[in-house]
Design a protein around this ligand. Structure first.
Ligand code: SF4
Length: 435
């Protein structure tokens, strides 16, 4: 297939495809799916080998947010029966983080619900970072606290935070359809503030909210343009009690096409499968590892994932390996760019901090949540995709597509409480974390 040959060649050179090529990936058929995964998988292995970076979410403050992000179980007016609690104490957060690190995570993502942190909240996070780094100085810390005010990013950087997550979530053109209490421009501003302060920028998207292919391509190119070092790809978890509870638009095949497109547009950037992995990819999760080089271990912010040990078994069974603390996530040239942009600390380099990226192809190196977006945090979610059926002997492909559309519409009337498990263990409970 000419398209895939072109995309592979560009990806192996670290080049970005055209917008039309990215759209064409999303338009491929199920018959072409394994070829798409194989092509994007070559690009993934070129820059990240078979390494999988594990990230671990700690929800520092859950629920009761004044913002109205429609995908989020913590939003204003949410009826989702999630855990609700105010700030964890530093020792409690460090205890939760320790479980994730013991399970193999090299990055801990500290998330808090809310529009953005107060200066007192920055103090709390500072104390929490100190407690975590006292136990393990090599662990990477990403903060996800919502919209940042002036000088807060600098304070987080001084506290030892390595990265800041704030997702764009969807295209600029449709942002007003999913949230009204802040704007797309507000989100861009926070990503730029974080980057400007020397924090590695983590910013991604949520798929499955009813957006078009053009919207997906728009947001993925915008993230590339912003210079995000890691791109979390969330698949909407339609929580009962939120406005998007009936948005079950994703199939495992659709999720794989989206991940492949994100990989082709970001060949040498960390691509993470974030919230909704288990719910939407289901038994196809191992194929996702051929596209993304990073996942969350265990549970998300307000929903449960599969057991941490199941994540580790899946990685081993699929022939991948967990990325170690001493390895840099990004390939050397990208780590150098990140280091230059952040004044020396790049992303990914564990431990020492600066630019220790491994050579391409060898082993070198947040979310919804508090603010934003990724998996655990603010929203993601789950879904039970409805794959298009193959045409029967009596059916044309067009008729089969119509049938699929009808089934999707029927599915959109459902609330799938069987697929979305609200988190009832770990941070904010008396039960042990899942890691
Ligand atoms: S995504 Fe973040 S800012 Fe939006 S409602 Fe959820 S917790 Fe609040």
């Amino acid at each position: 297939m000419d398209l895939l040959d072109t995309l592979t060649a560009k990806g192996l050179r670290g080049e970005t495809p055209t917008r039309e090529e990215a759209l064409a990936v999303l338009a491929t058929t199920d018959d072409e799916l394994l070829d798409v995964v194989a092509a994007a998988g070559r690009v993934r292995r070129r820059w990240f080998g078979r390494r999988v970076k594990l990230n671990y979410l700690v929800n520092l403050k859950s629920g009761l947010c004044p913002e109205d992000c429609s995908y989020c179980s913590q939003r204003l007016g949410s009826k989702a029966e999630i855990l609700k609690y105010t700030w964890l104490k530093p020792g409690q957060a460090a205890e939760a983080a320790k479980a994730g690190v013991s399970g193999g995570a090299k990055r801990v993502c500290l998330v808090a619900s809310g529009r953005g942190p107060t200066d007192r909240d920055i103090d709390r996070v500072t104390d929490t970072v100190a407690a975590i780094k006292e136990a393990d100085p090599a662990v990477e810390i990403c903060a996800c606290l919502g919209l940042l005010s002036d000088n807060q990013a600098e304070r987080l950087k001084a506290a030892g935070v390595d990265a800041y997550n704030h997702n764009l979530n969807t295209s600029e053109g449709t942002y007003g359809d999913i949230a009204t209490t802040h704007t797309y421009a507000d989100r861009v501003d926070t990503v730029q503030k974080a980057h400007g302060a020397g924090l590695s920028a983590c910013s991604g998207l949520i798929a499955g909210m009813g957006e078009s292919d053009e919207d997906l391509v728009d947001v993925v190119f915008a993230l590339r343009e912003l210079g995000s070092d890691s791109v979390p790809v969330n698949f909407l978890i339609p929580f009962e009690g939120t406005p998007l509870a009936k948005e079950w638009n994703l199939s495992p095949q659709r999720c794989l096409r989206i991940l492949a497109m994100v990989r082709f547009v970001n060949p040498d950037t960390e691509v993470r499968i974030a919230g909704g992995r288990e719910v939407h990819l289901r038994s196809m999760q191992p194929l996702g590892l051929h596209l993304a080089n990073s996942i969350f271990l265990g549970d998300y912010l307000t929903s449960e994932g599969q057991a941490g040990q199941t994540d580790l078994d899946m990685i081993a069974d699929a022939g991948f390996e967990v990325e170690g603390m001493g390895e840099s996530t990004l390939p050397r040239h990208r780590a150098d760019i990140a280091a230059a942009a952040t004044g020396g600390c790049g992303t990914g380099a564990a431990g020492g901090g600066c630019g220790t990226a491994a050579a391409p192809g060898e082993g070198a190196d947040a979310t919804v949540g508090g603010g934003c977006g990724t998996g655990g945090g603010c929203g993601p979610c789950g879904g039970h995709g409805h794959a298009a059926p193959a045409a029967t002997a009596d059916q044309t492909a067009e008729e089969a597509a119509d049938q699929a559309a009808g089934e999707t519409a029927a599915a959109a009337d459902e609330v799938r409480t069987d697929l979305v498990r609200v988190r009832r263990r770990g941070a904010g409970t008396e039960l042990a974390p899942n890691a």
